[in-house]
Design a protein around this ligand. Structure first.
Ligand SMILES: CC(O)(O)NCCCCN
Ligand SMILES: [Zn+2]
Length: 664
């Protein structure tokens, strides 16, 4: 299924008609440059174009009051003076004779997007709209917003499609207080927002934007605020919050639909955000949400005021929605101190509501809430902030790297008598192995693993790897007689200098892991049922689940809170996913794992499985081909000892791996 794109140039036909410094950045060009970038890059042609429509009164009344709607209805007939007068009652927003029309189109576009996704016409999509929506409230316009496009879409999805749980992810750099107010007592809508806050010194300067606004009454726990108390946040900070706050809760919530308040003022160069995250971060933020809700994701444009980074960020988002390989994110050096404090506060504020956060640490000693007294730490932070501010002044950044689709998506190396799963391309060509390598293989494995067809298998395996690293093939599935032997071969004989780092994810118990290297060329993360007596090193990380890999709750917790942060920091050129026989990993979890690992190494994942496990080849192939993984249904509470062990493991490793930090 495809990706919907909603855009209508009518929504460019309104602008600020008087002087107002706070509003001058919200210009029609925002939409124009975004759409033109999609056209120029060829991305718009790959999308399914869905027409915009006007939201009806009853749809707008899902969120807004009749009084407010009737008042806005009058604006097309107002004089300039009346429009100015009318605008004065609201904050940081402006009206125009055509803005009511455009606001209906913006909300209607979001509803069209929900229809397209919920009816299965498309898998996911994006609506390029203005005016934005997430600040507008029941009875008021605010922050350039007139109708709350995403809030209306959430209510609409519940009403029309019986959607039980909606996740709203707001990565705009401003707090969508309008969305928070709408759903704060509603446990069926989980609202997550990060936003520039600076201890309430940044617009809209609301006390209720802080991390301790967790929702009210039955909605307690379903509102997550992560305040940024410094500017200059980078890719590491954003990914840390996704891995350690949003994703654990999102997987536990198990939404039927994901809506994104896709504001791109959180990108580098934006005058509002003053952050340093690069446009390609949105490729990964989108990717990390695409295995929730069976892939049903609707992104609706909110803010974004640097026309260059806005256009680039929109393209990065659309390219991921289309399923293209992800760009590698280089030198992630872990979250800054301020970000760690924020994520620690958010985690501790929510640990009573979410079993996946149960083991979160206490809030930091330094009280970072709004009523803090200037302290020595504050002075230090100011110097840190000064340093960060320097990094945003007129900052320039590299053009995001090209994300080329390999000619072949998924290849397979299988015994001749095993049928190739649909969609996979069987690799039969293989270069002859150097005699030296053959003899090495033979005397390394005295077992039958390397008899006649064994050598053929290995030569095809090496051929496949070579094609992966030159991007001829995106990923691959290999069935071997002895998966442990094959893993060792791949790890030890990877001579290609194109592969500097290999992430080995070993699912299930493995006898000996005697090829652990200390030079950093290989990072092994093993998830299994037993504590490994192996001496842990920085590059060999065993995760023990009491009930083994069949415990999906423990497994997904380890993946989100440990494997993903590690993988981002390690930044491998190849991912080797090894399924040890009898691991017991649940199929949907297996597919989720393959889906999430595609975020690394431009999607170059090599899956190694034992021939006798060919029963799960179909689901493996489906995940490798980029089909969304099935939701992890009714997750149990993770075993306390596993949660504890994971926390301790993170604390022990965070000296070596900065992306594991969750406490200051
Ligand atoms: C949509 C939005 O969040 O980007 N609006 C920002 C309004 C800022 C007013 N000072
Ligand atoms: Zn914004």
């Amino acid at each position: 299924m495809g990706t919907a794109l909603l855009y209508d140039e009518e929504m460019t036909k309104y602008k600020l008609l008087w002087v107002d410094p706070a509003c001058k950045i919200e210009v029609p060009e925002r939409l124009i440059v975004s759409y033109e970038a999609l056209v120029r890059s060829g991305l718009s042609d790959r999308c399914i174009s869905i027409p915009a429509r006007e939201a009806s009164d009853s749809e707008i009344l899902l969120v807004h009051s009749e009084l407010y709607l009737e008042a806005v209805k009058k604006t097309p007939y107002m004089t300039l003076e009346d429009l100015k007068e009318f605008t004065l009652q609201f904050g940081d927003v402006y009206f125009h004779p055509n803005i009511y029309h455009c606001a209906k189109l913006a909300s209607g576009s979001a509803l069209q997007l929900v229809d397209s996704v919920m009816t299965g016409k498309v898998r996911n999509g994006i609506a390029l709209v203005r005016p934005p929506g997430h600040h507008s409230m029941h009875g008021a316009a605010n922050g350039f917003c007139v109708f709350n496009n995403v809030a209306i879409a959430a209510r609409y999805a519940k009403q029309k499609y019986g959607v039980k749980r909606v996740l709203i992810v707001d990565w705009d750099i401003h707090h969508g207080q309008g969305v928070q107010y709408c759903f704060e007592d509603d446990p069926s809508v989980l609202y997550f927002s990060w936003h520039r806050y600076e201890h309430q010194n940044f617009w809209p300067n609301l006390r209720e934007s802080d991390y301790d606004s967790v929702g009210k009454e039955s909605g307690a726990g379903f509102n997550i605020n992560v305040p940024w108390n410094n500017v200059g946040m980078e890719n590491s900070d954003y990914l840390s919050v996704f891995c350690h706050v949003l994703l654990p809760v999102a997987y536990e919530f198990c939404p039927d639909l994901v809506l994104v308040c896709a504001g791109f003022d959180s990108a580098i160069g934006d005058p509002e955000g003053e952050m340093c995250a690069t446009p390609d971060i949105f490729a990964h933020l989108t990717h990390l949400l695409m295995n929730l809700a069976g892939g049903k994701l609707c992104a609706v444009l909110e803010g974004g005021y640097n026309l260059t980074s806005l256009a680039q960020s929109v393209c990065q988002t659309v390219q991921t929605l289309l399923g293209d390989p992800l760009p590698q994110l280089a030198n992630l050096r872990g979250p800054c101190k301020s970000a760690i404090e924020s994520l620690q506060c958010a985690r501790s504020a929510h640990r009573r509501y979410w079993s996946f956060l149960k083991h979160a640490a206490d809030p930091p000693m330094t009280d970072i809430s709004t009523k803090h007294v200037k302290s020595a730490m504050e002075e230090e932070e100011k110097t840190e902030m000064a340093e960060e501010e320097r990094c945003t002044e007129g900052k320039v950044w590299p053009e995001p790297p090209e994300r080329l689709c390999p000619p072949v998506c998924s290849a397979s190396v299988l015994p001749d008598d095993v049928a190739c799963p649909d969609g996979l391309k069987r690799l039969s060509s293989s270069k002859d192995l150097e005699p030296l390598l053959v003899s090495k293989l033979k005397n390394r494995f005295r077992t039958a693993a390397v008899d006649g067809d064994g050598v053929t298998t290995f030569s095809r395996l090496y051929t496949l790897i070579e094609k992966l690293v030159v991007n001829e093939i995106r990923n691959g599935l290999v069935l071997v007689p002895d998966v442990a032997a094959a893993m060792m071969c791949v790890v030890q004989d990877l001579t290609s200098d194109l592969v500097k780092r290999v992430l080995v994810v070993c699912v299930g118990k493995e006898k000996e892991l005697d090829y652990i290297t200390t030079d950093g060329k290989v990072l092994v993360v093993q998830i299994s049922s037993e504590d490994s007596e192996e001496q842990r090193s920085k590059y060999y990380i065993p995760v023990c689940l009491k009930k083994g890999c069949s415990d999906t709750s423990g497994f997904i917790q380890a993946v989100l809170g440990l494997l993903l942060p590690l993988g981002y920091e390690y930044n491998p050129d190849l991912v080797l996913l090894v399924r040890m026989p009898g691991s017991g990993v649940v199929d949907s979890m297996w597919q989720q794992l393959i889906g999430l690992l595609q975020g690394f190494a431009k999607g170059h994942t090599l899956v190694l499985m034992q021939v006798n496990e060919k029963a799960c080849m179909g689901s493996t192939a489906s995940a490798l081909l980029g089909h969304p993984a099935p939701p992890l249904q009714d997750l149990q509470t993770p075993f306390p000892e596993d949660g504890d062990a994971l926390e301790r493991l993170r604390e022990r490793l965070q000296a070596d791996w900065k992306m594991l930090q969750t406490t200051s």
